[in-house]
Design a protein around this ligand. Sequence first.
Ligand code: FMN
Length: 177
Amino acid sequence: MDTLEALYTRYSCREFTDEVVSDEDIEKILKAALAAPSACNTRNWSFIVVRDRETLLKMNEANGPAANALQTANFAVLIVCDKNIMWPKFPEYYVIDGAIAGENMCIAATSLGIGSLWLGTWPQPNKMDAERAVFNLPENLIPHSVIAFGYAKDKSRIGELNKGLKDPTPKIHWEKW
Ligand SMILES: Cc1cc2nc3c(=O)[nH]c(=O)nc-3n(C[C@H](O)[C@H](O)[C@H](O)COP(=O)(O)O)c2cc1C
């Protein structure tokens, strides 16, 4: 699949089959995260990859019902950002840095035929504290987002043009507002 097709057909997949994603494909997805740009090249993110069902269920509990897709996800990635290596001048850029790495993983997964779902964690303190507790994260590590991955149970949306592209509300303005 070419890059534009992956971008145009990515969608939020909320139920997965029990088919296992290969280690090779997981590595490709993680490499996409590592290739992401970051402000001032701080690369302040790191990624906790979880396949263990018990831990996935703990992550579900931490993020609440909006993260129930973790019950069927084949694996998930918690993006964590390190306060100690953020750009001191504008540390807030970590939010963008983490988001770009996450989206890179979603697009890479799409291109491999693997479904993904973003599970917002930052800026919700209850979810962040609960994910911190699941992984016993030190104070300098900020839980940014969880992304669930797996093969889609409902195959009907695979390859479908993302509905956002069909949004009738004008989002693009040429030359002037
Ligand atoms: C920052 C962020 C947080 C999100 N959090 C959740 C979530 O907790 N649970 C969920 O089911 N979907 C979550 N989503 C997915 C959105 O609901 C989804 O992207 C949106 O409805 C558009 O659908 P699409 O991804 O299929 O285009 C999140 C997406 C983003 C970007």
